[in-house]
Design a protein around this ligand. Sequence first.
Ligand SMILES: *Cc1c(COP(=O)(O)O)cnc(C)c1O
Length: 395
Amino acid sequence: MFVYADNAATTKMSKTAISAMTDYYENIYANPSSLHTAGQQAKEALEDARARVAACLGCEAREIYFTSGGSEADNQAILSAAKLGAMKGKKHIISTAFEHHAVLHTLNKLEKEGYEITLLDVSQGHNVTAGQVAEAIRPDTCLVTCMYANNEIGSVLPVAEIGKVCKEKGVLFHTDAVQAVGHLEIDVKKQNIDMLSLSGHKFHGPKGVGALYVRRGVMLSNLIEGGAQERGKRAGTENIPGIRGLAAALEEACANMEENNKKVVALRDKLIAGLSQIPHSALNGDPVNRLPGNVSFCFEGIEGESLLLMLDALGICASSGSACTSGSLDPSHVLLAIGRVHDVAHGSLRLSVCHYNTEEEIEHILACVPKVVQNLRNMSPVWRDLQTGKREYIL
Ligand SMILES: *Cc1c(COP(=O)(O)O)cnc(C)c1O
């Protein structure tokens, strides 16, 4: 049996998204900047996709800028806000300790350039509160950037409350909503979001295409210089097939959200209930405010990498955390940020499911994981020490 349970890393494209793209490779391939009729047809397709993406987020079409993905959108939002802040003498930025590297590494870069960065603690309930944000805001704060939902542990942040705090204090608010768009209800106006990043391949659209929503009136600067595409804010010939695919996938995800989530939440909860039976294990992430498809656990006395390899041999695609950090020996910064000690953080497993997964697949996972964990523990010197009392259990 083959089970794809790594949807937080990327998703299978939907048939709708694929069929929305082919016409733009085969027929409507002209450059939207070209003045001829074929070019103008491509331009219309681009603007139609922009309007449809905007409708899914509750904003205006002109507030959407297409990018090469979530990482680029995060970089552009943060660097723009930082530049704007510096112009006003404000060089303090607030974020959280469990952001994606697209955010954290951009903030590291700004820190080296003289910005002051406050990373909010996420160890309480594996989440942050709007109160923490309010407390951290200073007169020189130019940006709050908090993810909408965490890609490793599934915590969903109180974005609307954070947006309200930022609006009251007059601070720009950006959210990396890559894990949330297409999965959770979003209305950027109601939630007081000034900037939002999204990525096509996290909601069954194509890879290499994303978007940045920027509220009208917020100054945006560009990362890429060149032509006047995207209102002069993102040069380069537009990825029309990708953008069409993204728009189709997003519309489909939003139209089916309630139905999909009902199914996905049931699969997730079945996994969580089953894996919680494994002794000396712990669920990572907010147990209540949680992404519909996220299951994240730590198992004491094992190595997550070995667990992944053994599950792979059984046909199960999972992750030990973020796809970006796997392969490195450092435990995930997210698991450390929620307070897992190194040894425990190493024994992590993330299963991220979607509406394409079936009950039978969940049963296969639940038949495999406990056995594999036990086998690994039987071979582990750390586990022997725990059992003989030489070492104390943490979980
Ligand atoms: C996947 C992901 C990104 C990066 O998006 P890309 O389109 O792959 O660049 C950023 N943030 C979060 C939370 C993600 O899950």
